[in-house]
Design a protein around this ligand. Sequence first.
Ligand SMILES: [Zn+2]
Length: 501
Amino acid sequence: MRRADRRGGAMRTRFSEVCAAAVIGLAGCAPAGPRTTGSTAPRDRPVGQRSVQWTYDATVASNADGVGVRMCFPGRPSKALRPIVSEAIAHIEGLAIEGRDAPLAIEDGVVVLEGMRAGECVRWRVDFRAMAKREGERTIAWVGDSVLVRQSMWLLWPVDATTDAHPTLTLHLPAGTSASVPWPAAEGATAGSAPNYVLDTTVSRWLGYNAFGRLDIDRFAHKGAAVEIVRLDQPIACDQAGVRRWITDAIDGAAMLYGTYPRRRLQVVVVPVAGGDGAIYFGAAARGGGAGVYLLLDDRATAERLPGGWTTVHELLHHGMPFVSDPWMSEGFVSYYTEVVRTRQGHRDETAGWLELWLAFERGAGRGRGMTLRETSDAMHQSHAYQRVYWGGAAIALDLDVTMRLETGGKRTFDDAMKHLRECCGDAVFQYEADELLAILDRWYGTPLFTRIARAHLDARGFPDIASIFARLGMRAKAGVIEIDADHPAAGARAAIMAPR
Ligand SMILES: [Zn+2]
């Protein structure tokens, strides 16, 4: 258990994330989405509907106190605008069609654009200072002179937008204020002019973070990704070079699985907090508008403590996978590789890596008894049986990996399956269900191995029999020690999974 020890101080107790992962010591979380997320979101453009097109101009106020938005429709305007999360509508002020006096009506939680004509623009403002007084710190938080806010709290989206919409957003910043956003820059953007970004439909569905103010931003390329580390402006013990070493080490871990980092851009938001046991207190992956990782860092963490830890690699690995609605798969597959890649990186030897995995499975086996893994996964956010779901899912990954390696003589492995998922489905703008991805993997592999093994574990009431899977690799756990039979016929497969390389 690694629950952070909270220390006092007004600013240093700003954050009190109650994430199950932090509570249970897992220190890793599912990519959280706004409430509009889910597999019910439309996957395709409604038949016969022409896409509404629009642009945003966003002007950040001095001291990042708020933002003014101008949204223009060069052609047919939208019928109405919706907040991305329902609670945002209470913070939208000054709504009006430009050049007209009458304020716009909000009906049933949406802004009705009645009488709006092609070429017209609608304006609104959001006051970040007032919002921070009324909303929880996971939604918006001030740290020193910078603010971190969910983009869902200030952007409105057309109710009739199609999933292929790509609005641009031009960001105007006052002198001395900088910004970090997850969105890609628009092509043709020129240096010196206001930055111009391209948004996509995931902005309107999934979590994304925007930081404004006095930010410490470190931009560099690593393992095929344009990385942007943004640190909110509170002093931390680890200097910028130390932060970069920690993040690049974690990117290296994720890149070991995929060859390069699986996303072209990566926003890493580092928020200093009081507590975290000298490391990361909490982490989450954000997918709205681009790949982001949100990390609450103990402000006293030193550069030496950070590389090789669980949370950062875990969150970075989430971005290699498609967004899956079933936690046993999204958390299970990522948790398996969080242990495996850190051992492959050499942060510990092979035996220590297997022991960590064994101990994690023991924690999983001790929780959520009486229900199947499938039922536990479906009810995870109510039952909080996170350990069972994460490690039950990881056990499925291990069983698949061992089975594939043994039946193909190491020619095909679970690493290949993860790469296939990335290639086939990783850029989808909707959530998959686990069963769909299992069927895709079955077709890729040529036999229904994935569905068969997953179902057997998902429908069992007990935890997967890890001892028998370890035995297939010539290993057993005895009194907290992993014994490895180096002469076992599967010794090569065992080492290929875990050994440092
Ligand atoms: Zn996770």
